[in-house]
Each structure stands twice: as structure tokens, then as C-alpha cells.
Design a protein around this ligand. Structure first.
Ligand code: NDP
Ligand code: GDR
Length: 362
């Protein structure tokens, strides 16, 4: 029997990689997408087939984590074997601007899904994966961070996700639902949202190289993150739901790099040599060999409370799930820059031939 999966947040980075992964495994994949005034399905359009074709295994439903009636209806209709709850207001800095909405979608949204499983009598049928995060560790109490490391959230996003974490544990213990938290450290890819720091950097390096952007404005260059590749991490999500017992797992590479290091490597990959100015870098930014400033610091990108260092210990995932990251930091950066160079080239070509780069037409 082919399994049925329901993915919330299917239009996001992880949703797209996971949908592709599950379709390759022969699953029927249902996804929940939000209604938006412009198409938000660019990352999954290549998976979508016309409903009149044969062997349709990919379906999209309109929905929102803030609307429980709609979640109940979709789950009742789909009867999923597995739910992957990836939907979230996932931007840490934005969560300081929209704390209530972030709590509604990320915290109460998780509760709504768990309750839907319970209300519909699916507690023994449906397994659920909750997208928990290394942001739970926040102001870290122990390095490297593992499943037993205490949490200390440092943003409205992390505070909302901590509720999502504990309500998942509670529904597992209270109702016997097969529910797992994946405590995933940062994972990136060429389809990462453009306002997360990695993609912001690789996109800027490519566009600066091709002359379509002058400079890049960043915040805290000294923050360190354990960056992995999203394509590797979705496999871990799936593995968590295939075990005998539901448990929570840290998913990470076990290596940490600063934002500054990411900048250096990305620009190098784009063929731009940069040299740091020396002292007072935080105020001055980076200066290229040519003397022209490419990277500037903008205080707007500093957060009211920052997470300075994240470094994960994925030993449990390796030992119990047989999962290891396959993509190195160097490979990840080079993949992202290579794709952004192609994107920048395409945009330039469009512009040169009189086409708008956005899909706005006159
Ligand atoms: P993205 O921001 O790329 O995707 C988020 C998805 O959630 C999008 O499909 C978005 O829809 C959808 N969404 C947002 N709000 C709602 C809502 N109210 N109702 C329904 N859907 C909604 O995130 P990622 O793919 O990077 O991350 C996936 C999940 O994993 C998130 O929960 C994130 O918090 C978590 N996470 C991510 C990590 C990472 O490094 N990437 C690390 C650890 C955890 P739309 O496209 O319309 O905006
Ligand atoms: P993060 O990712 O907050 O770790 O959350 P992000 O890429 O936004 O920030 C990483 C670090 O870079 C610093 N930084 C900047 N960040 C952004 N976005 N823009 C900048 O200009 C900039 N300059 C410096 C930040 O201060 C921070 O220290 C991501 C999200 O995917 C979450 O959903 C997920 O839970 C965590 O990763 C794990």
C-alpha cells in the first residue's frame, strides 16, 4: 500500500525538498498552501501535474495553520499516514515585529494539528513530525547542543516553537500519538528564502560579480551557525517517522561557522577577492582589494536578543536513524553561489532584452 503524507508549509524550502523526496519514495503527497495574491508555488511547480494526467500523486489544498476548521477538514479528507508540520512564520527577526501572529501560527498552529488528529480518531493511524529548531537552545547552556541540552529561547519565534515542541511531547505521552520533534539546526539550499542570511549573501555575491548590485548590508557578522544542506535534512525528517518508537532528534553537521566566514567563502566562490579592513570591522564592514566597499553593517539587522553560537551534536541521529549529513559547508556555499550566478545571469538577460524580471506586466 502506498503511503499518504500531508505536508504543511509545502511551498517553503523544506516543503519542496520533502515533497520531492516522498514522491520519489512512491508516496501520495498532499500539501497545504496559503492563499496569496501572487503565486507562491515556484518551488514546487515542477512537481505539479495537470489533474487530467495519469498517476497523479501530488495534491495541493488551500489552508492555513491559523484555521482549525480547515485543518480538520483537510485531514479528514486526506486520512494521512504521516503529517509533516513544516508551516511556520519562520523568520526570527520578523518574529520581533509580528510576535502574536508568530505564536498563533507556530505554537497554536501545532496544537491545532495535534487536536485534529485526536478529534478525528487518527491517534493510532497518523504519525506526525514537528519542525522544531536549534533556536530553542538560544542562549546556549552547553556546547555542542544535544537532545538533553536545556532550552533558553531568545525570540518570539523560539518562544512559539518551544510551545510547539512541548505540546508535541505532551500529545505523544498523553494520547500515544506517534509524534516526533526534529530539532534541526540551520539548513540552507539554492531555494532558501532570500532574506535569510546565507541566501542574502550568495545572491548579493552573484549580483555584485555581474554588476547588477553594488553592495550588501548585513547585521551581526560574528554570529555562528551550524549550517547544513536542506536536501540532506528532509531525509532525517522521514527517518524519524519510520522507527518503532517516536523520539526527538537533533539534526546538525557538528561544525559551526561565523556569518563572516560565510561571506568570505561565498564571495570567493563568486570570484571576488575581499580583504577585511582590519580593526573595527563591525562598524566598517568588508573592503575588497580594489578598495571599493562591498559589505556594510546596518544596525537594522541586529536583533533585540541574539543567538550567538549554535553547534549541534547529531550523535543520536547517527546511531539510531543511521543519518549523517552528506553535504559539506564548502559544497553548500558553492552550490548556492553557482545557482545565484545563473539566476543573476538570467535576470540580466531578461533586462537586456526588455523583459521585466518580476512577473508584473504593464
Ligand atoms: P520557509 O519559511 O521556507 O517555509 C515556511 C512555510 O510555511 C511556507 O510554505 C509558508 O507559506 C508556510 N506558512 C507560513 N505561515 C503559514 C500559516 N499560517 N499557515 C500555513 N502555512 C504557513 O521555512 P523552511 O522551509 O526553511 O522551514 C520549514 C520549517 O522548519 C519551519 O517550521 C521552520 O520554522 C523550521 N525550521 C527551519 C530551519 C531552517 O534552517 N530552514 C531549521 C529549524 C527549523 P508561504 O510560502 O505562503 O509563505
Ligand atoms: P536564523 O537564520 O535566525 O538562525 O534562523 P538567519 O539566516 O535569519 O540568521 C542567521 C544569523 O545571521 C545573522 N545576520 C543576519 N541575518 C539575516 N537574516 N539578515 C542579515 O542581514 C543578517 N546579518 C547577520 C543573524 O543575526 C543570525 O545570527 C533560521 C530560520 O530558518 C529559523 O526558522 C530556524 O529555526 C533557524 O534558522 C534554525
Amino acid at each position: 500500500m502506498q503511503k499518504v503524507a500531508l505536508i504543511t508549509g509545502i511551498t517553503g524550502q523544506d516543503g519542496a525538498y520533502l515533497a520531492e523526496f516522498l514522491l520519489d519514495k512512491g508516496y501520495y503527497v498532499h500539501g497545504i498552501k496559503r492563499r496569496s495574491s501572487q503565486s507562491n508555488t515556484a518551488r514546487i511547480d515542477h512537481l505539479y501535474k495537470d489533474v487530467h494526467e495519469n498517476d497523479i500523486r501530488f495534491f495541493l489544498h488551500y489552508g492555513d495553520l491559523t484555521d482549525s476548521t480547515n485543518l480538520i477538514r483537510i485531514i479528514q479528507q486526506v486520512q494521512p499516514d504521516e503529517i509533516y508540520n513544516l508551516a511556520a512564520q519562520s523568520h526570527v527577526q520578523v518574529s520581533f515585529e509580528t510576535p502574536e501572529y508568530t505564536a498563533n501560527a507556530d505554537a497554536v498552529g501545532t496544537l491545532r494539528l495535534l487536536e485534529a488528529i485526536r478529534i478525528l480518531g487518527l491517534t493510532t493511524k497518523t504519525r506526525i513530525y514537528q519542525a522544531s529548531t536549534s533556536e530553542l537552545f538560544g542562549k546556549v547552556q552547553e556546547t555542542p547542543q544535544k537532545e538533553t541540552t536545556p532550552f533558553y529561547p531568545r525570540s518570539p519565534y523560539a518562544a512559539a516553537k518551544i510551545y510547539g515542541y512541548w505540546i508535541t511531547v505532551n500529545y505523544r505521552e498523553a494520547y500515544g500519538i506517534y509524534a516526533c520533534n526534529g530539532i534541526l539546526f540551520n539548513h540552507e539550499s539554492p531555494i532558501r528564502g532570500e532574506s535569510f542570511v546565507t541566501r542574502k549573501i550568495t545572491r548579493a555575491a552573484a549580483r555584485i560579480k555581474l554588476g547588477s548590485q553594488e553592495s550588501l548590508y548585513l547585521g551581526n557578522l560574528d554570529a555562528k551557525r551550524d549550517w547544513g544542506y536542506a536536501g540532506d535534512y528532509v531525509k532525517a525528517m522521514w527517518l524519524m517517522l519510520q522507527q518503532e518508537q517516536p523520539e526527538d532528534y537533533v539534526i546538525a553537521t557538528g561544525k559551526s561557522h561565523s556569518v563572516r566566514e560565510f561571506v568570505e567563502l561565498a564571495f570567493k566562490n563568486a570570484g571576488i577577492t575581499i580583504t577585511w579592513r582590519g580593526t573595527g570591522l563591525e562598524e566598517k564592514g568588508i573592503e575588497p582589494a580594489s578598495g571599493k566597499e562591498l559589505v556594510h553593517i546596518d544596525p537594522r539587522y541586529f536583533r533585540p536578543t541574539e543567538v550567538n553560537l549554535l553547534l549541534g551534536d547529531p550523535t543520536k541521529a547517527r546511531e539510531k536513524l543511521g543519518w549523517t549529513p552528506e553535504t559539506s559547508f564548502e559544497k553548500l556555499v558553492s552550490m548556492m553561489v553557482a545557482q545565484d550566478l545563473k539566476n543573476a545571469q538570467r535576470d540580466l538577460l531578461c533586462k537586456k532584452n526588455g523583459f521585466r524580471v518580476s512577473n508584473w506586466s504593464e
